[in-house]
Design a protein around this ligand. Sequence first.
Ligand code: FAD
Length: 344
Amino acid sequence: AITITGEEGRRQTENVARYSGVLVFGEYTDGKFSGAVQEILGEARKIADKLGVQVSAAVLGNRMTDPAGELIAGGADKVYLVDHPLLEKFNDDVYTDVITQIVNTYMPEIFIIASTIHGSSLAARVASRLGTGLTADCTGLEVDMERRLLRQTRPTFGGNLMATIICPGARPQMCTVKPRVMQKLPPDYSRAGEIIIPRVDIKESSRLRIIERIVSGGMDYNLEEAEIIVSVGRGLQNPNNLNMIREFANVLGASIGASRALVDMGWLEYSHQVGQTGKTVRPRIYFACGISGAIQHLAGMLSSEFIVAINKDPDAPIFKAANVGIVGDLTSIIPTLTTELKRL
Ligand code: FAD
């Protein structure tokens, strides 16, 4: 870390001391929170308890039904609630404006956002607007008590190294956190909290108008929440074989994941990608079918409770991560498993 001395150093120290508390972005869409909100709240609670400060959460939307109750039960002490027709749908420009005003008014020393599609977009814009740093896609957060700094850890160099990043001179210390990495707290509905309606100026965006929102996918879209995932890789060989995977997933009630190789070939949408540059998942059972087990893929699924690997190469690295390994051609193994499961 670089220590800045002299007048600039004194100015920075004074500025940093004006900020206090941990803020969380409570992403709220279509009447509910994103699953990662409770996870980052749980993490924020741990950090705030160490620092001896409060946790606040900012929630934006239109005609929300008691969002504050859930946030307080999940660990927030204060909820900044902004309910307005222009906040009905996530709009990068309008949300950035409102969140920046909230940060400038309440001055949290730490601001945590889940790295969902909306969260990642918002975090980058807010950090740039505030002139502070941003560590994206963190997988670990710790507090350096001596220097009162957030140590933010994230994979780097293609997942081969873990980098720990600090932000000594600017505030807030901002990070996005991968969903399904942090632990949520058991909800405590007896907790008391304060609801604050911030005075913010809400203007329509002059650049960006949401005309229509098309939600892609059916049951196989919601990967992060899935209990069972059937993931496929390049070993699938032919996109027509996806029908066989869909049938298998259907019988299991599973969602469909994919390696980056498969997504890059355009056989499944990016929303299915598991791994360092895709989603982090933590299902009860993870089937890796025709996936070699590159480190970047493992980064997204190693926390699965039980891993079944199907691969025709007995030396494929995925077998080292698997609880059960089946060596063979997936185009014959998957239909056999489907038939057997249907009989149960
Ligand atoms: P391959 O590595 O080609 O493996 C195919 C496997 O299928 C082989 O093991 C083969 O033995 C097996 N196979 C072939 N035919 C059959 C058959 N008939 N039956 C059974 N098995 C068969 N990858 C990700 O997945 N997610 C990420 O988020 C990601 N992020 C990345 C980020 C960076 C910065 C970089 C550099 C790479 C990233 N990658 C990511 C890519 C990663 O390095 C691998 O290239 C990718 O995971 C390989 O995908 P795959 O296992 O499907 O393909």
